[in-house]
Ligand binder design. Structure first.
Ligand SMILES: [Zn+2]
Length: 88
């Protein structure tokens, strides 16, 4: 039997606040979170991946919007240029 120091991290089970599933938060993860100064997760891996995907999707949608706006303003410019050229 191993004797661990008092502050040794242990694996523990956390209940996900999003889906209610129990998930394991390992000592290794705890150490990583501590080193990053993060509080322990409240959502399971699946819910965290889902949340990240939704964030990415929103981000992608925003990027698309910017791209669309750029494209339409370029289209306006070429329209003006074409009209201008046509007049000459
Ligand atoms: Zn969950």
């Amino acid at each position: 039997m191993k004797i661990y120091p008092k502050d040794e991290l242990e694996d523990k089970t956390i209940t996900c606040v999003a889906c209610g599933a129990d998930f394991e938060f390992t000592a290794g993860e705890a150490k990583f979170y501590q080193s990053k100064n993060l509080t322990e997760p409240r959502r399971c891996k699946d819910c965290r991946i889902l949340a990240k995907e939704q964030r990415d999707k929103r981000h992608a949608a925003q990027q698309n919007m910017v791209r669309e706006q750029t494209r339409s303003s370029l289209a306006d410019v070429s329209d003006v240029v074409l009209k201008h050229l046509g007049r000459e």
